[in-house]
Design a protein around this ligand. Structure first.
Ligand SMILES: [Zn+2]
Length: 192
């Protein structure tokens, strides 16, 4: 089992850590799981209304739900919520009982479980990745970083042509429904 970060997803973990360097912070992973390889394509930041303290952190759930949908829509292939990460104070690189609860919830989402990462700065940036099997069984796993390690189709964005076609279809559908309503009205009917 191995975790592979896109350059962008890994950079986002580091910039988020840097931005909230004095407190805990975290984020969510969007990606896909293929043959025991966990490809993390995007990292979602926790949002402006998260709670950040030195020993505790909570996501802004409304914001993360919104952003997950927006970001996932950019990609050609579907992206799933496959894990999460957060910062811990000092060298504390195991999970608290609160974390166990969160990790259990995430592991339940999919058959393969979830990925949960911990960032420590002691004194340098250190990232420990765990696989969480159901219900809450941890196994430390290796990770690598690099777009070149990811099959290109998982990094591919939706093509402008496909998006154009889709827009056309949506509008056309509205037009057809509009036409039907008009015909129906002319016939004297109130509703379709
Ligand atoms: Zn924690």
């Amino acid at each position: 089992m191995q975790v592979i970060f896109s350059d962008r997803a890994y950079t986002a973990v580091m910039t988020e850590t840097m931005e909230k360097i004095r407190t805990e912070t975290g984020g969510l992973f969007l990606g896909t799981v293929v043959d025991d390889k966990w490809y993390i394509i995007e990292t979602i930041d926790p949002g402006p209304n998260s709670i950040f303290t030195v020993t505790y952190f909570e996501y802004d759930q409304k914001y993360t739900e919104h952003l997950i949908n927006k970001i996932a829509k950019l990609y050609d292939k579907p992206l799933d919520l496959i894990g999460l990460w957060h910062r811990h104070p000092g060298s504390y690189d195991v999970f608290s009982s609160t974390d166990d609860g969160t990790n259990t919830k995430f592991a339940k989402i999919r058959e393969q479980g979830a990925i949960s990462g911990l960032v420590n700065i002691d004194p340098e940036f250190r990232f420990t990745m765990y696989h969480v099997a159901q219900p809450c069984k941890y196994k430390k796993i290796e990770y690598k970083v690099g777009d070149e390690l990811i099959p290109p189709e998982y990094l591919k964005l939706k093509s402008p042509d496909k998006l154009k076609d889709k827009m056309y279809t949506i509008l056309n559908k509205d037009e057809i429904i509009g036409e039907l309503l008009k015909i129906n009205r002319e016939k004297g009917g109130d509703n379709l």
